[in-house]
Design a binder for this molecule. Structure first.
Ligand SMILES: Cc1ncc(COP(=O)(O)O)c(C=O)c1O
Length: 395
């Protein structure tokens, strides 16, 4: 960390403490869900990634508990050596079926999955072209791999085309996008990106952390959303900690790619295998997503209700197309003041500030989930409208 960055953080923390507007790392007592206990008060959750409201699902909890009884709490090693159990194999098969790919591998997080793919398959001799708003885990993976990426303008196929055109002679090219962008909530224009990938013979990796369980008629993700055969996409990565209420990450791709990554992807080889409880919870979640299809419908109904309420109140929500709703706040302090004001009224809506978003583009990052109630969404939109008028419009 540079000294300037450290100073800025300490100044921000001091401001947060002086003005009592620090709402990061609020301690939740008990389970997360639509209603949580914070500072010994009931608080309604408006920013959780638990898109389908599956945290606390009794069948998922039972699967995790049974797995602990049968397989223990830890795996005792990395996958390649002593850490592989039968749950990993079941989960990998199930993920491949879900994603529509030949094969999959699971790792201890989505962050690790991105690192495994990028550093395992690409090097500085390749051209890596990344959407400028790509997730930090991918930015870090590129650094580890010693790759200086060529950025293209966010969600802009023309900008991608011009980078591809300029570098047409480079042999191996990789395009990096997300299904749903984690801070903006917009969806990657997959048909146009795919056409360019094929025209310029590039590889394409799609991070489905926020689109799995969320996009498409059955929650398969961005390919299903656009009616595209997932077999046309070289690499999918994702997290098991958002619509799927566990921890862990995965890569889905052709069999030979996964076989290679299981022997050449460092996070698979040098980081402990996914725990039995997480494997079993993720496995059961995939089953529940297919069984309880009402959850996906409810997620989108709630998202639409939230958007309607916010728009009615004149609240700016960027260009979102998904349950991720970024409320534009501008200054870090304003986002923090809004978040604290809402917490005082019994809502947890988290502020996201630089470097997670560009400087002076702080947001309140709201998430619609299937677990929220219509009444609560309406109450929240009203509370936010009032605060937004005093904090943001008068700032
Ligand atoms: C787009 C994206 N990719 C990857 C990750 C990392 O996933 P995990 O939390 O499982 O490490 C995240 C997490 O927030 C994300 O938003």
């Amino acid at each position: 960390m540079t000294t300037a960055l450290a100073h800025r953080w300490f100044e921000l923390l001091k401001l947060g403490a002086d003005e009592d507007i620090y709402t990061f790392q609020e301690v939740i007592k008990g389970k997360s869900g639509p209603k949580v206990n914070i500072r010994d008060k009931p608080v309604y959750m408006m920013s959780s990634y638990d898109y389908l409201g599956l945290i606390g699902h009794p069948e998922i909890e039972s699967a995790a508990i049974d797995a602990i009884h049968e397989y223990g709490t830890g795996t005792g090693g990395v996958r390649l050596l002593t850490g592989t159990n039968v749950l990993h194999h079941h989960l990998e098969k199930s993920l491949s079926r879900f994603m529509g790919t030949e094969s999959s591998m699971v790792l201890s997080s989505g962050y690790m999955a991105n690192l495994a793919v990028i550093a395992g398959l690409f090097s500085k001799n390749d051209l890596v072209i990344a959407d400028e708003r790509i997730h930090r885990s991918i930015v870090d993976a590129l650094k580890v791999a010693g790759i200086q990426p060529e950025p293209f303008r966010h969600n802009d196929p023309l900008s991608l085309k011009s980078v591809l055109e300029k570098n047409d002679r480079v042999k191996r090219k990789l395009i990096l996008v997300e299904g749903v962008y984690s801070m903006d909530g917009d969806i990657c224009p997959l048909p146009e990106i795919l056409a360019l990938k094929e025209a310029y013979r590039a590889f394409l990796m799609v991070d489905e952390a926020h689109s799995l369980g969320v996009l498409g008629k059955t929650g398969r993700g961005v390919a299903e959303h656009f009616g595209i055969d997932p077999g046309r996409i070289d690499l999918f990565t994702g997290s098991l900690s958002k619509a799927i209420p566990a921890n862990g990450g995965f890569v889905s791709a052709k069999e030979e790619v996964i076989l290679y990554l299981k022997h050449g992807g460092a996070p698979y080889m040098f980081s402990a295998a996914l725990s039995p409880a997480n494997s079993a919870a993720a496995l059961k979640s995939l089953e529940i997503i297919d069984k309880e299809t009402w959850r996906l419908n409810k997620l989108w109904q709630n998202t639409s209700r939230m958007m309607t309420g916010l728009r009615k109140g004149g609240i700016l929500t960027g260009s979102t197309q998904s349950p991720i709703i970024p409320v534009s706040c501008g200054k870090n302090e304003d986002a923090a003041k809004l978040s604290k004001g809402l917490l005082d009224q019994g809502f947890l809506a988290t502020a996201v500030i630089y470097p997670a978003v560009p400087l002076n583009s702080a947001i309140l990052r709201l998430c619609g989930t299937a677990a929220q109630s219509a009444d609560r969404i309406d109450q929240f939109a009203e509370a936010l409208e009032e605060l937004y008028t005093t904090v943001i419009k008068q700032s």
